[in-house]
Design a protein around this ligand. Structure first.
Ligand code: GLY
Ligand code: MN
Ligand code: MN
Length: 441
């Protein structure tokens, strides 16, 4: 038997919390879809974040049907035990062991899901299910809704109303429990230490791929199962590609290296970006603009507290970055006009940050009743201002062309203000210059 990754008492508490939001409804959460990588090789499997959040169950071809206040309330559909398949692919719980281990009221084999789920949905008023996200379960869901309608005969009621489950569970996931926070602290500490190893091992001639491999090695050595997202290891002008994925060039003297990478620990992701000089020494122009972005990033982190509106915080970032762009002769004109015209987007095309948790771009609404919401205690967010100057931008000063800088920390909002979960990742100029290239290997 495999030991569950999740804290199952925590999962039970989350289902309790969901009860109040979904009275009279059924919530259906299927497992993540398996994907072929090439021929008969699958991409490595990771459970759907919502199913993991609510059950801790990690196998594919599984479905939770949750009916607050009804009997049975928690029903999990899972794969049958199968000795032959387990010889090839490893352990499966099967219905009876899954019921006992994951504290379900009932479990069935997944092959019966259409028939059984149609019975379970007979008396609910509505159903929460995230359709059209490419799930393997969409086809079964359509059959279930049809079967429920047929069962009701000539009621004139039509199909059960369907609501998206993603924002429903997202509102719970947005507010981290003590347990969530502990996992995130660990993910961030491991990832910070891995960034430091990359700094130490950076020198001209090393490849982006080698450093990417080192990051994976370091996070896995310390307990992460995988990266939280595809790492960006971008030397020189590659840093201006926001989601640079190739990681296959050789680092050059005189360039900056931007690394955006985070480990995933017990399914919780870190998300850290740092930029440092390949040679260990910033050029004067690199140092000047880096320091400006750093000062702004620190002031943006410090200004978070419960009640600050996300949109206002974003506006502060835009103002600060526009000031830097004017100061560095990237933009000409009046700050307010430039902001109104979105001129800053040329060099800062993304947002200030996002929620962080089981997904790197985590669940949770950014607006309530059409209004930007405030930071609240228990949220974890990233703060990641950046400036990217294309290498072929003939309007930019020569010394700045091809520079891409982003500085990203992960911030827990507390009653008092904040806790910076990635505080141990160096970002001061002197710290970086000391560390870079300092490994003996
Ligand atoms: N690593 C993706 C992001 O920073 O949003
Ligand atoms: Mn981010
Ligand atoms: Mn990032």
């Amino acid at each position: 038997m495999r030991k569950p990754t999740a804290n199952l008492e925590e999962c039970k508490q989350r289902r309790e919390n969901l009860k109040t939001l979904a009275q009279g409804a059924a919530v259906i959460i299927p497992s993540h879809t398996e994907h072929i990588r090439n021929h008969d090789v699958h991409h490595s499997y990771r459970q759907d974040s919502n199913l993991f959040y609510l059950t801790g169950f990690e196998e594919p071809e599984s479905v939770l049907v949750f009916r607050p206040g009804m009997t049975p309330e928690t029903v999990l559909f899972v794969r049958e035990k199968d000795e032959t398949r387990e010889t090839w692919d490893g352990f499966r719980y099967g219905p009876s062991l899954a019921k006992a281990t994951f504290q379900m009221d009932a479990t069935y084999v997944v092959d019966d899901v259409v028939e059984k789920a149609a019975e379970l949905l007979a008396d609910v008023e509505k159903v929460y299910y995230s359709q059209f996200r490419g799930s393997w379960f969409d086809k079964a869901f359509k059959k279930i809704l049809t079967a429920v309608k047929i069962k009701k005969g000539r009621s004139g009621k039509g199909l059960l109303p369907v609501y998206d489950a993603y924002p429903l569970v997202g509102e719970l996931r947005l507010f981290k429990s003590d347990y969530d926070i502990q996992q995130m602290r660990t993910a961030c500490e491991i990832s910070s230490a891995a960034h430091v190893e990359l700094m130490k091992n950076t020198r001209p001639g090393v490849s982006e791929r080698e450093l990417h491999g080192l990051f994976i090695y370091e996070i896995m050595k310390h307990g992460c199962a995988r990266e939280g997202y595809g790492s960006i290891v971008a030397g020189g002008k590659n840093a201006c590609t926001l989601h640079y994925i190739f990681n296959d060039e050789t680092l050059r003297d005189g360039d900056l290296l931007l690394v955006d990478a985070g480990g995933e620990y017990n399914y919780y992701s870190a998300d850290i970006t740092r930029a440092w000089p390949v040679s260990g020494k910033f050029t004067p122009a690199q140092k000047r603009i880096y320091q400006k972005v750093l000062d702004l990033q620190k002031s943006l982190v410090a200004s978070i507290q419960p009640g600050v509106i996300l949109k206002d915080h974003q506006a502060k970032a835009v103002e600060g970055l526009t000031d830097i762009m004017i100061d560095e002769k990237l933009l000409k004109g009046n700050r307010a006009e430039l902001i109104k015209e979105n001129a800053f987007r040329k060099y800062y095309p993304h947002g200030l940050g996002h929620y962080l948790g089981l997904d790197v771009h985590d669940a949770g609404a950014y607006e309530l009743d059409g209004q930007s919401r405030p930071y609240e205690k228990g949220m974890v967010v990233t703060v990641e201002p950046g400036i990217y100057i294309p290498h072929n931008d003939e309007t930019a000063p020569m010394e700045l062309r091809g520079i891409g800088i982003r500085i990203e920390d992960d911030i827990l909002v507390t009653n008092e203000g904040i806790e910076n979960l990635t505080i141990k990742t160096p970002k001061e100029v002197a710290e970086l210059e000391d560390l870079v290239g300092s490994s003996n290997s």
